[in-house]
Design a binder for this molecule. Structure first.
Ligand code: HEM
Length: 406
C-alpha cells in the first residue's frame, strides 16, 4: 500500500531502463515538472525531484545525505563495494570534509588555469592526428578520436599515471560506470567485478611505488597526505583515485559529445560560434552543460524527515535530483528548450550543488572550453556525416560514436 504522504504523487512514465527515455527524456521531464512537486516512483522506490528548485534543494539539503548503502552482496562484490564505500562520493561530513579538503587544493581554479596552455596543446595533437583524413573529406569519429582521449590524457597526467599504462584506464572506467545504471547484464556485472579488482590492485601498486620514489603528481601528494597523521587510509586513497579517473572523464566525454551533436544540429548557432570562437567558447561550454547534461540522476537518502517542494521525504527514504530536467525548467531558463551558445545568465546545476558540488568543475570547464574552441577554430564547417550512435544508458547519457566530416 502506498503510504499516505505519497497518495497524490504521480508515478510518471519515468523508467530509466526504457529505450524511449534514454533516446529523449525531455518530454517525460516536462511531465514530471508539471506535477509541481517531487513525485514518488514505485518501480525505483524513490522520490524524483524534476523541477529546478526541488533538484537544487535535494543536492544542497543537509538532511539528505550521500550515504553508502551496500547495493550488492558482499560475497561477490567485496572489491567493488569497497571502492564505493571508501570514496568521496559515498560519505558525508566529517569524513567527506577530510577527503574533499585533500582534493580541493589540487583542483582549485588557480591551479587548473595553469593547465590551460597544456590542454590546448593536447587538443592540437589530437586534431593533428585527424588532419590528413579530415582534409581528404573522410569521416572520423568525434568521440573516439577527440572527446574520449582528451580527458583521459589530462586526468592521467594530473594523477601521474605512466604513459605506458594509460590504455588500461578507459576500459576499466567504462566497465565500472555501467554499475551506476539501472539496466545491466550479468556479463557487464562480471566485467565490473574484474575491473574493480584490477583497477584497485593497479592503484595500490602505483601508490607504493610513489611512496618509494615521490614525483610531482597528485598520487604522490595523496600518498604523502596518507603518511602525515593517517589522514587518508590506503583504501580511501585507492577509491579516491578510481573516482577521479571515472568521474574525471566519463562525464567530460559525454558532455562534449552531447554538446557537439546539439551544435551540429543547430547550424545558425554553429556559424555564430565559428565566427567568434574565442569570445563565445565559455558561454557555449556552459550551454553544453545545461542543454543536454551528461549526468542525469543523483540519489540522496533522508537522514531525518525532510520537506522538499511540498512533500515529506521520510527518514530512510531516497530522493533523486534529476539534473538534466532542472536544467530545462522554464521557471528558471528563458526559452529553456532552445540551444543558445551565448546564453547568459546560465545558472545550470549540471555540476550539482552543496558539499558534493563537482570538485572537478574547474578542470571540466577548461577542458570543454578549450576542446570546443580548438575544434571550431580548425574546422569551422564541421558537419555530421551520419547518424550518431547513442549509448544505451540513462544516468550517464551520451553518444558512443559521432561520425563527422569537414
Ligand atoms: C562535464 C563534466 C562533469 C560533470 C557534468 C560533473 C558532474 C558532477 C556532479 C553533478 C557531481 C555531484 C554529485 C552529487 O551531488 O551527488 C560531481 C561530483 C564529483 N565530480 Fe564531477 N563532473 C564532471 C567532471 C569531473 C571531473 C573532470 C572530475 C575530476 C577530475 C570530477 C570529479 C568529481 C568528484 C571527485 C566528485 C565528488 C565530489 C564530492 O562528493 O565532494 N568531475 N560531478
Amino acid at each position: 500500500m502506498v503510504p499516505s504522504h505519497r497518495v497524490n504523487a504521480h508515478a510518471g512514465r519515468f523508467d530509466p531502463r526504457s529505450h524511449d527515455l534514454v533516446h529523449d527524456p525531455y518530454p517525460v521531464f516536462a511531465e514530471l515538472r508539471a506535477a509541481g512537486r517531487p513525485v514518488w516512483n514505485d518501480d525505483l522506490g524513490m522520490w524524483l525531484a524534476a523541477r529546478y528548485r526541488d533538484a537544487d534543494a535535494v543536492v544542497r539539503h543537509r538532511g539528505l545525505g550521500r550515504i553508502y548503502q551496500p547495493r550488492l552482496p558482499e560475497e561477490l562484490w567485496a572489491g567493488f563495494n569497497k571502492l564505493e564505500r571508501d570514496s568521496i562520493l559515498g560519505c558525508e561530513p566529517p569524513k567527506h570534509t577530510r577527503l574533499r579538503g585533500l582534493l580541493g587544493k589540487a583542483f582549485a581554479r588557480g591551479n587548473i588555469e595553469r593547465l590551460r596552455p597544456h590542454i590546448r596543446e593536447l587538443c592540437q595533437v589530437l586534431l593533428d592526428g585527424i588532419e590528413a583524413r579530415a582534409r581528404d573529406g573522410q569521416p572520423f569519429d568525434l568521440i573516439a578520436e577527440y572527446a574520449e582521449p582528451l580527458p583521459v590524457m589530462v586526468i592521467a597526467e594530473l594523477l601521474g599515471i605512466p604513459d605506458s599504462d594509460r590504455h588500461l584506464l578507459r576500459p576499466w572506467s567504462a566497465d565500472l560506470v555501467k554499475m551506476n545504471e539501472y539496466e545491466r547484464s550479468p556479463a557487464q556485472e562480471a566485467a565490473a567485478r574484474v575491473a574493480a579488482a584490477e583497477f584497485s590492485a593497479y592503484v595500490h601498486a602505483l601508490a607504493a611505488e610513489r611512496l618509494r620514489r615521490p614525483d610531482d603528481d597528485l598520487i604522490t601528494h595523496l600518498v604523502q597526505a596518507e603518511q602525515e597523521g593517517d589522514r587518508l587510509a590506503e583504501d580511501e586513497l585507492v577509491a579516491t583515485v578510481v573516482v577521479l579517473l571515472n568521474a574525471g572523464h566519463e562525464a567530460s566525454v559525454n558532455c562534449l559529445g552531447n554538446g557537439m551533436v546539439a551544435l551540429l544540429s543547430h547550424p545558425e548557432q554553429q556559424r555564430r560560434l565559428a565566427r567568434q570562437p574565442a569570445e563565445l567558447a565559455a558561454t557555449a561550454a556552459e550551454e553544453f552543460l545545461r542543454f543536454d547534461s551528461p549526468l542525469h540522476l543523483f540519489e540522496r537518502t533522508a537522514m531525518a524527515d525532510v520537506e522538499i517542494g511540498g512533500v515529506v521525504v521520510r527518514a530512510g527514504e531516497r530522493i533523486a535530483a534529476l539534473l538534466g530536467s532542472a536544467n530545462r525548467d522554464p521557471e528558471v531558463f528563458e526559452r529553456a528548450d532552445e540551444f543558445d551558445v551565448g546564453r547568459e545568465p546560465n545558472p545550470h546545476v549540471a555540476f550539482g550543488g552543496g558539499v558534493h558540488f563537482c570538485v572537478g568543475a574547474p578542470l571540466a570547464r577548461v577542458e570543454l572550453e578549450t576542446a570546443l574552441r580548438s575544434l571550431l577554430e580548425r574546422y569551422p564547417t564541421l558537419s555530421l556525416a551520419g547518424t550518431p550512435v547513442r549509448r544505451p544508458t540513462f544516468v550517464q547519457r551520451g553518444w558512443s560514436c559521432i561520425p563527422v566530416t569537414v
